[in-house]
Design a binder for this molecule. Structure first.
Ligand SMILES: [Zn+2]
Length: 291
């Protein structure tokens, strides 16, 4: 079955396509954290026989000021990368890009919201002889400096997801960032602490419109809608909650377009206020479908 990919959207004059790296199945209890199962299974009834739920792997391809920019690189396709995923899921990022006419060598900038293994798997690929190499040989990889430090010095809690195989081969291709950093004058890399210390979002601004790539601000839309539903995967859960609360208010105020990494493909929508303290995700229809 062909994996859908290439849905097109725009923020002002910036057009982008959602490129899909397939589906990732992950333990639902870990995602919902302290929220009791009797509450979360109403919003996530679909589980496999190992209590895993499907997560989208929505990466973004955009062109801005002559630069070809890829936001996030999914789970990847190297040996071991998809061992935790459902067997039905393939790593489709490169074929999704190819369907849009983009070869790995065409990408100028890769941005990782953070370095958990489901966000940077295609940073590297197996080259001749089984050695690992950057998948995007001409790209600079934009990463938060604190995130790089934490990923390359993991502790007992974090080492299961900060994998050397996604990191070592890009060491000479890094642009490490502290604070906010414009990628072009339309795209800004912005810290959004909580999921990890160095977790970041990507803000797209054009004219009076803006949009934001949320990274792992949440893994399920119910967590975006409910302030207190904080992921069990967050390293700093209370910071994550405050970051999310502030950003969701800003998104409602500006009617910003949100791109949700782990939402069902294509994971693009806006947040609507439905009452005092209540909000609801609304899917955005694509301008068109790609390949
Ligand atoms: Zn994730």
């Amino acid at each position: 079955m062909a994996i859908p990919s290439g849905a097109r959207f725009r923020v002002g004059g910036v057009h982008f396509a959602v490129v899909n790296d397939g589906t990732y199945w992950y333990d639902a209890g870990a995602i919902f954290g302290v929220v009791p199962r009797v509450m979360w299974e109403r919003v996530q009834p679909e589980l496999d026989d190992r209590y895993r739920m499907p997560l989208g792997l929505n990466c973004i391809l955009l062109r801005s000021r002559g630069q070809t920019v890829l936001i996030e690189t999914g789970v990847g396709g190297k040996k071991g990368d998809r061992d935790n995923a459902s067997p039905a899921s393939e790593g489709t990022l490169l074929t999704s890009l190819a369907a849009l006419g983009v070869a790995p060598a065409d990408v100028d900038v890769v941005v990782n919201s953070h370095l958990h293994a489901d966000h940077c798997g295609w940073n590297t690929s197996e080259a001749a002889g089984g050695l690992l190499a950057p998948t995007f040989p001409n790209a600079r990889y934009v990463i938060n400096a604190q995130e790089w430090e934490d990923a390359t010095h993991p502790n007992e809690r974090t080492r299961a997801t900060y994998l050397e195989r996604n990191l070592g081969a890009i060491a000479d291709h890094l642009e490490l960032v502290t604070g906010e950093r414009p990628i072009t004058d339309e795209i800004v890399f912005v810290p959004a602490r909580g999921h990890t210390e160095g977790h970041s979002t990507v803000v797209i601004r054009s004219g009076r419109e803006w949009g934001v790539y949320l990274g792992d601000l949440a893994q399920h839309r119910a967590q975006l809608e409910r302030t207190a539903w904080v992921s069990g995967l967050d390293i700093l859960p209370l910071v994550s909650m405050e970051t999310k609360k502030r950003l969701m208010e800003e998104c409602i105020e500006a009617q910003a377009l949100m791109i949700f990494c782990h939402g069902p493909y294509p994971g693009v929508g806006r947040m609507a206020r439905t009452g005092e303290g209540f909000r609801r995700w609304v899917d955005e229809p694509p301008l068109g479908e790609g390949a």
